[in-house]
Design a protein around this ligand. Sequence first.
Ligand code: COA
Ligand code: ZN
Length: 301
Amino acid sequence: MAAATPIICEVAPRDGFQSIANPLPTEAKIGIIRDLAAAGCPRIELGSFVSPKAVPQMADMAEIVEGTRDLPAELAALVPNLRGAENALKAGLRQIVYVFSVSQAHNLNNVRQTVAQSLTGLDEIVKALPKGTFLRVDLATAFDCPFDGGVPLMDLVEAVKQVAAIAPNAELALCDTTGRANPFDVARRFDTVQMLPETAGNTWAFHGHNTFGQGVANALAAWQSGVRVFDTAAAGLGGCPFAPGATGNTATEDLVFAFNEGGRSTGIDLPRLLDVADRIAALPGGVTGSHLRHVPRGRAA
Ligand code: COA
Ligand code: ZN
């Protein structure tokens, strides 16, 4: 059983910034990442090494890594293929997040590959990673697909088994890409995948969006099922360009508040985090979705 401390993985610089069409100044992005680390965020997804044609906002990833490499937080980047992983390693990162979607329709739309091709891509990456690299696999649309609707549990189980066979020690994140999951289904899916003998060596994370207002409840359902790593975005920034209708990730401050109230410290300084969330909310073109940020500051933290 993992230690009973929640680990927040801050994804505003990746899932959040990618939703802003006009590229933000590199220095502004680096400043926000540095402030997130200063507020105590233990893990930060800096961005993604993807095609700049697919996501122009991520074209400056090498500079972002350069400007943040001294931070005490664990720093990761999302990659859709071997080329992205190679670029992330070349930039100096030692944490790679490989993404593919359980649903064929979303995978084709997001990374232009079939699920089978993405699994081959994962195998290439596992073979290419130097020893000591931390690998996380994001299973997007683990609950619901923006094109096909509800994803059958058996499709998820099949995908998890295949991923675990290729990456038996990776952290596996079930991603509620559309924010359509409910707490009961989150618990059921995590209970199911953790019981599979194939996943005995894997660890788990939950990546949630708050489109239907279930984000905190879903994360806490995952917590009750033994999950200890949670992706959230300060200010709830986001809205995936590859998941029509989805809003931002669950706001970091909202989940940190829930854990604090329950006596589970995340190590994050909530007042400082709220200050960064305010700056994120002021970015041009960003759509936010926090609750705590709108509570009078003296009562919020
Ligand atoms: N980093 C930078 N450039 C990349 C790349 C990477 N990881 N992988 C491919 N490219 C480049 C290719 O060199 C090519 O460039 P060119 O047009 O100048 O020759 C172009 O991207 C297209 O490459 P191709 O292999 O034909 O890929 P594609 O058009 O089928 O697109 C992806 C596949 C995965 C590269 C692209 O869909 C992508 O980057 N998607 C990211 C989606 C995303 O970030 N979603 C949000 C996260 S869930
Ligand atoms: Zn997401």
